[in-house]
Design a protein around this ligand. Sequence first.
Ligand code: IPD
Ligand code: CA
Ligand code: CA
Length: 262
Amino acid sequence: MPMDTLKLHLEIVDWMMTAGQMIRDSFTTPLTITEKSGYRDLVTDVDQGIERFFIEQIRRNYPEHKILGEEGQGDRIVSLEGYVWIIDPIDGTMNFIQEQGHFGIMIALYKDGVGLLGYIYDVMNDRLYAGIKDKGAYCNGRRLSVLPEKSLSQGLLHINGNTLLRATPAIKAIAKKSLGTRSIGAASIEAISVFTGRAVGYITYHAASWDIAASMIIAKELGIGASKLDGHDIDLLDSKHKIVLGSERLRKEVIEHLAEDV
Ligand code: IPD
Ligand code: CA
Ligand code: CA
């Protein structure tokens, strides 16, 4: 039976609003912080609680769906067959802990590997970005315009901080060709900069599937996209992704520059 897209959309918006409020409320209580791979890779009890919240909603309403969650409370996903939810409960956990800002919630729904619905909630600015397959991209319900085919020299370029630390000559050449580089520390917020036309692109060597799944759906509705830096298609079953987000023109430019690096 085909899913009722409008019903799903309204449910997800409601979950996102509740999750955002849970995060804002959490600022009054001390965080429990745990290291994952190291002292720069952290998870808090709030990240885990928000992921649990989404999983409970999905299991209650759609028990047959599969869930890939960053904090590991969902399913072990070995195939993209059927309905698959991809959740990053707090993207930019370091910013959440240190700045109480510049972080987002991301959730995406795929069916047989095709993106249906993608959401990024910029919690502290109360802006919810949504991409609905073949129906456009929206910010707080207002439709966003399709983006122009901009090149590197026409705007700011977001580059992931760890990618910059390992900058090769080709990455430096790309950075110099842009109007300037920016690095926020949250893939969600960097993607929003591209979606709103404040930046022309975002490059990262360090994206997991939950860092890009929602953005890929929103990007498509805005006439742009994400590509692997070797030019191939992104496979969400891979654990790490080196990607560029932007117009086709920009992605081509970046991939050509990087041909010697990847
Ligand atoms: C991280 C942020 C960061 C990026 C990392 C991500 P997390 O997400 O998006 O900007 O550099 O690659 O893992 O761990 O805070 O959800
Ligand atoms: Ca996260
Ligand atoms: Ca993330």
